[in-house]
Structure formats: structure tokens, C-alpha cells
Design a protein around this ligand. Structure first.
Ligand code: ZN
Length: 73
């Protein structure tokens, strides 16, 4: 499987991507992978799915699985 290049973000202490394009590619791959696993298990309940990507203060891009319900405006 081809991997999308990523880098370590010291600010967030997690994996990050150097550009939005890579983050969006990784997001697409993660979603495909997760939905296949969900089909196999027969349910999506309890599965964390990354559904957004965002730019952090360090200028890197991260994925987040937060749903709208968990985001306070
Ligand atoms: Zn970051």
C-alpha cells in the first residue's frame, strides 16, 4: 500500500502533513479503509472516522474525527 508522506508536529505532538493536498489524500485513504472494516464488522458503531482536515498553528495539517456534535461553535 502506498503511504502518504507525513511529518511529526511538535506543537500538537501528533503526525501531521506538510500540505493540505497530502492531508486530503490521507483523509480519503483513511475513510476508504475504515468503511471497508465497518462493512466487515457489519456495523459502524463505535468507529472513529476522520472526517475533516485542518491547519494547526504550526502550519501543518492534521486529520480529525470530531463530529459536529462535539464541536462547540
Ligand atoms: Zn500540529
Amino acid at each position: 500500500m502506498k503511504t502518504v508522506s507525513h511529518t511529526w508536529c511538535d506543537t500538537c505532538e501528533k503526525r501531521g502533513f506538510t500540505c493540505e493536498h497530502d492531508a486530503s489524500k490521507a483523509l480519503g485513504r483513511a475513510r476508504t479503509h475504515r468503511s471497508r472494516a465497518a462493512d466487515k464488522a457489519g456495523t459502524r458503531r463505535g468507529m472513529r472516522v476522520e472526517n475533516r482536515h485542518y491547519e494547526c498553528p504550526a502550519g501543518l495539517w492534521h486529520l480529525t474525527g470530531m463530529s459536529r456534535r462535539n464541536v462547540r461553535a
